[in-house]
Ligand binder design. Structure first.
Ligand SMILES: [Cu+2]
Length: 171
């Protein structure tokens, strides 16, 4: 009998400590990936990251078994006014309780050297590497048909806010 009550006590502690964790950590919304054509050897993923870890953090890298390499990319205007994409130097800082949107025409995860074509509807595993939170594995659905700015979640309001906030792509 003593053993049973001890087990119950342990379970209660586990439940209590697990409950608040459900709303904590790095939260990922609306992650999807696509490539420009079925034969493309590169692709990109887009998602909304929310930092509920309780501390400022920074996305410093990413990897996936579908690609040789996953880079953190941004679109930025060069000296001639041409939009170009390139690696984000020093990673992507995400303040505590802030969100960062990786979206079409903006920051994105770039898959280089795809080992297999991104098939519509496939779920691919991507590991996001954070400075403090460490590796976080996420599921990303391949959605070739997704139109820019039309997520499964209605965040048309977010889009407007982010345009205003992140109007300066140089930061
Ligand atoms: Cu890119």
């Amino acid at each position: 009998m003593k053993l049973i009550s001890l087990t119950r006590a342990v379970c209660a502690i586990v439940l209590l400590s697990a409950a608040p964790l459900a709303a904590q950590g790095m939260m990922v919304h609306d992650a999807y990936a696509r490539s420009s054509t079925a034969a493309s050897t590169s692709g990109a993923a887009f998602l909304m990251l929310m930092n509920h870890t309780g501390a400022d953090d920074r996305l410093v890298g990413a990897s996936s078994d579908v690609a040789e390499k996953v880079e953190l990319h941004q679109h930025a205007e060069d000296a001639n006014g041409v939009m170009r994409m390139g690696e984000i130097e020093g990673g992507v800082p995400i303040a505590v309780d802030a969100a960062h949107e990786f979206k079409r025409g903006g920051d994105h995860l770039m898959f280089l050297g795809l080992k297999r074509p991104l098939e519509q509807g496939d779920i691919i595993k991507v590991t996001l590497e954070f400075e403090k939170a460490g590796p976080v594995e996420i599921d990303v659905i391949v959605d070739q048909d997704r139109q820019p700015g039309h997520g499964t979640m209605d965040h048309s309001g977010h889009d407007k806010m982010n345009h205003a906030k992140h109007g300066d792509m140089s930061n």
